[in-house]
Design a protein around this ligand. Structure first.
Ligand SMILES: [Zn+2]
Length: 75
């Protein structure tokens, strides 16, 4: 496999979340629009974090509101 280091980290992170039984949600990358899985936030909580896309490596702001997640490109 020729996965990038970013993709390897992403896949390891997802495996860990799944092993812990953490709820996941999916969002399209704001740059390449490929789907990205991420941890869902507890109901009523909003998380925002700077992250990078495992597909295209673009850096964007990930906003997770409960089960809904979206990505915002930095302007
Ligand atoms: Zn992307």
């Amino acid at each position: 496999m020729s996965a990038t280091p970013g993709m390897q980290t992403y896949l390891r992170h997802l495996e860990q979340l799944k092993a812990e039984g953490h709820p996941l949600t999916t969002l399209p990358c704001p740059c390449c629009e490929q789907s990205i899985e991420t941890a869902a936030a507890p109901p009523g909580e909003v998380w925002d974090t700077l992250t990078d896309c495992p597909h295209c490596e673009a850096v964007f702001l990930l906003i997770t509101e409960g089960q809904r997640a979206r990505g915002v490109r930095p302007s």
